[in-house]
Unconditional design. Structure first.
Length: 482
């Protein structure tokens, strides 16, 4: 037993001497247990006992955080929390206060607010209910806390995150510092390449709406000794939801939209990670997206049945039987990506992700009929750049080529429609370098706009080089550069 200082806090930790964590994404303890071998392509090959050894060492570490509420409310921590809340901006809560008004409020009300927090008399405000459409249909509920509550939750997060994060599974990638969705899909690809060519795709039904408060609080109470912090977190969990002026009580769930929700979800789902590690499974988890990789369909069906029992019985979480399935990785999608069936499986963009991008871009193209092409391209560029940055790991270039062609055709369609009259179209085609005879034949061909946007005369007139000069963001050119 020893006392270690962690970011100015006194942390009482009882642990095995082998339990150590240094750096961002590298868990030294787990790497020692795996004795991993890295091949020339950079893929990690795990030995058979890696997962069991990892969880055994994690279970040996019994941590108790001597974190006090006074540490959370320290001046340095609160200043960092204020800066983060202001930089994140975000919508106002039920009280209508904006992030720009937070400083003035705290300047006058903070002594009273601090006293109420320390004495346990503080009651969070209700969260504002907001529903946004899901990519696959339906609505996702968000709970927007007030700016003051976001400020207090951010202060809690900044102290709790580093204490919990060192004990999380290295196969968990969501909502963690130094970890990303890209690392998750690369790990999934490594599992497939290692021979685990069946995936158990587990879909947790309305996870953030169904988190059991009692189970979550019992997990928090294992390590947090200050009951004032536990009481404050429970009050945040139970804060009501306001919709159309009516406040409804909440007995379960951690609505997305608050700073604490991602950490609380990881604390609960770390129990699932530990269970999977004890069973020796190869898996990847990003938030509530869980994929387990096995060698056969029969093994996958057995794993799905047993995990459904564990999740529903132990954690009181529902499994969506309609969306959860056992299948080949190249028939499923994970974080927007899919895989090829090659022996050395490659990352590719899932067809659903391509269709979602096209649906989004169609809205921009529809609005572009009455605008200049430069303005349309100016609005498109951030969307295309962000999409490419996320999917740049794809090893199949044909998807990018086809999207580039589709986008160029859509832009030519806008121009063809803007030219309207056949005579105007002929004049514009000649301005772009077509002969008079070809321009007039093309302008008066009687075909529809979509056919003409893909015809040779529009490709010859509105070239890729010209569109690039107007500001078009081209996927394949970015791929060559990177």
């Amino acid at each position: 037993m020893f006392i270690r200082s962690h970011e100015g806090l006194n942390v009482k930790i009882v642990r095995s001497p082998l339990f150590s964590h240094e750096g961002g994404d590298t868990d030294q303890m787990t790497e020692m247990s795996e004795r991993s071998v890295t091949d020339s392509a950079g893929s990690v090959k795990d030995n058979g006992n890696a997962y069991q050894t990892s969880v055994a060492l994690r279970d040996e570490a019994v941590e108790s955080f001597e974190l006090r509420l006074e540490d959370v409310l320290s001046r340095e921590n609160l200043l960092a929390a204020y800066k983060r809340v202001v930089s994140n901006k975000g919508a106002c809560g039920v009280d209508g206060m904006t992030v720009e008004e937070l400083f003035a409020y705290l300047r006058t009300e903070w002594p009273t607010l601090r006293d109420r927090l320390l004495s346990g008399r503080y009651r969070p405000q209700s969260v504002r209910k907001v529903e946004i459409p899901k990519p696959n249909g339906g609505l996702r509920m968000l709970g927007i806390p007030s700016v003051v509550d976001r400020f207090i939750q951010q202060a809690l997060l900044q102290k709790l995150q580093p204490l919990y994060d060192v004990g999380f599974s290295r196969w968990s990638f969501g909502f963690r510092p130094g970890r990303s969705a890209h690392q998750a899909v690369l790990r999934a690809r490594d599992h497939i390449r290692s021979g685990y060519r069946w995936v158990v795709d587990v879909d947790l039904e309305k996870f953030f709406d169904r988190v059991n408060h009692d189970i979550l609080m019992s997990l928090l109470a294992r390590r947090i000794t200050d009951k004032r912090i536990l009481r404050l977190i429970r009050r945040y969990l139970q804060a009501g939801i306001m919709s159309d002026g009516v406040v409804s009580p909440r007995t379960s769930g951690t609505p997305q939209g608050s700073p604490l929700s991602p950490l609380l979800s990881n604390i609960l789902l770390d129990e699932l990670d530990r269970e999977l590690e004890r069973r020796g499974h190869r898996f990847v988890r990003y938030a509530d997206d869980v994929n387990i990789y096995v060698r056969s369909r029969r093994a996958g069906e057995r794993v799905l049945r047993s995990l459904t029992g564990f999740l529903e019985g132990r954690l009181r979480l529902g499994v969506n039987a309609r969306k959860s399935a056992v299948g080949r990785p190249w028939h499923r999608k994970f974080l927007g990506y899919s895989f090829t069936p090659h022996r050395e499986s490659k990352l590719r963009i899932a067809p659903e992700s391509v269709q979602r991008l096209k649906a989004k871009l169609r809205e921009y193209f529809r609005r572009g009929r009455g605008r200049s092409l430069r303005r349309v391209l100016h609005e498109l560029t951030p969307v295309l750049r962000g999409w490419y940055h996320y999917f740049r790991l794809s090893e199949i270039k044909s998807t990018f080529e086809q999207l580039d062609q589709w986008i160029r055709r859509r832009l030519r369609l806008i121009l063809w429609r803007q030219w309207k009259r056949p005579r105007t179209r002929a004049c514009r085609l000649m301005q772009f370098g077509l002969s008079r005879e070809r321009a007039y034949q093309s302008a008066y061909n009687g075909r529809g706009p979509w056919w003409n946007s893909g015809a040779s005369h529009m490709n010859a007139a509105i070239t890729t080089r010209w569109l690039r000069k107007q500001g078009l963001y081209i996927f394949m050119e970015q791929r060559v550069r990177t």
